[in-house]
Design a protein around this ligand. Structure first.
Ligand SMILES: NC(=O)c1ccc[n+]([C@@H]2O[C@H](COP(=O)([O-])OP(=O)(O)OC[C@H]3O[C@@H](n4cnc5c(N)ncnc54)[C@H](OP(=O)(O)O)[C@@H]3O)[C@@H](O)[C@H]2O)c1
Length: 318
């Protein structure tokens, strides 16, 4: 039985690993190449049957497609996970993506997400990106209204910095934050995570394995074979000189994983969970095999020695 953690000031107790449904959205501007929906549904079933109790998706993932795939998976399930989704990134009939935090747009977005997900209420509704920055107050006020109206149970933000959270909190409590956090992306450590800890804001960290780079299965050869429309081809972490340095960190994760009879992916996730401001990690799983492998050692924790070893490597090399 996976361990549950209280999710900030919400009434939810969540597993320390949740399923991220970005890649299963399939192709769009920031897609991961082709994705077989049947495989995605099986990945979701495997993850939930293995003890995970929440799914993080977004309207924008696959331009609505990820939410529909989640709905398909939910239909065949008796034990329903918590469903977290997001608003603010919108698209038009030509698949162009933009930002919108107006009340009218968010209200339309929430109705569409409820329809696509085929549920009566969203467990956690998050502002995906703090853009346009002048509309943060309007956006946050709208989410508060949706909570009062019972469309969504809890509300949170994603990619906000501490100043932006401080700015909007006058319009209502912030319950959760979804920031990027991995051994490679540590920008949130300085002020964002301390702010969340101080204000009892639940934190679900995204891309804990740096979108597949720290899983033990990434290499220069594999990168060359990624589909032309996989967004990682344009990502800085996969661009030299960072890419070679990041792969060396992956090598260390593989060594530590072998010593502990787990996989590098578990070391990457455990590193993120060491920060006590972090409630849980959102892990992208796009096949049943990946879901099985991740959930097999969800309870893996790093020893103080291994944690220090990784941090020394990061300080000296990244
Ligand atoms: N709020 C935001 O702005 C934001 C941004 C990014 C992500 N997120 C959320 O966070 C979630 C996770 O982030 P992420 O998907 O970027 O990164 P991640 O969890 O660090 O990496 C996920 C990727 O790793 C690979 N993988 C998964 N399990 C594996 C295994 N057992 N062995 C080998 N490879 C494995 C898969 O990619 P391949 O098989 O293709 O290598 C998978 O798509 C997203 O799904 C989304 O819900 C939110």
């Amino acid at each position: 039985m996976a361990e549950l953690k209280k999710f900030g000031k919400t009434d939810m107790n969540i597993t320390e690993v949740g399923l991220g449904a970005w890649a299963i959205g399939g192709p769009w501007l920031f897609g991961w190449g082709e994705q077989d929906d049947k495989k995605s549904v099986k990945a979701i079933h495997t993850a939930i049957e293995s003890g995970i109790n929440w799914i993080d998706t977004a309207a924008i993932y696959g331009l609505g497609h990820s939410e529909k795939v989640v709905a398909t998976a939910l239909k065949e399930m008796t034990q329903k996970p918590y469903i977290f989704t997001k608003c603010s990134l919108v698209w038009d009939e030509n698949r162009n993506v933009g930002d919108n935090l107006s009340e009218r747009s968010i209200r339309m977005e929430v109705e569409n997400s409820l329809i696509r997900l085929d549920i009566d209420v969203i467990d956690l509704y998050q502002i995906h990106w703090p853009r346009p920055v002048e509309d943060l107050e309007v956006g946050w006020e709208t989410l508060n209204k949706l909570k009062e109206e019972g469309k969504v149970r809890w509300i949170g933000v994603s990619n906000f910095d501490a100043g932006q959270m401080e700015r909007v909190k006058k319009y209502g409590d912030i319950f959760t934050l979804q920031p990027p956090y991995s051994a490679i992306m540590r920008g949130v450590e300085e002020s964002i995570l301390p702010y969340c800890k101080e204000n009892n804001i639940g934190v679900i960290a995204y891309s804990p394995m740096q979108s597949g780079l720290l899983t033990g299965k990434m290499s220069k050869e594999r990168f060359e074979k990624l589909p032309a429309d996989d967004w990682r081809r344009k990502n800085k972490a996969y661009t030299e000189p960072e890419f070679s340095r990041n792969l060396k960190l992956q090598d260390l994760f593989i060594t530590i994983a072998n010593e502990n009879n787990v996989k590098a992916a578990h070391v990457a996730i455990a590193w993120v969970l060491r920060n006590d401001a972090v409630t849980a990690a959102i892990v992208g799983m796009r096949s049943p095999e990946q879901a099985l492998e991740i959930t097999e050692h969800m309870d893996f924790r790093l020893t103080d020695e291994d944690f220090a070893r990784i941090n020394k490597f990061i300080k000296e090399n990244l």
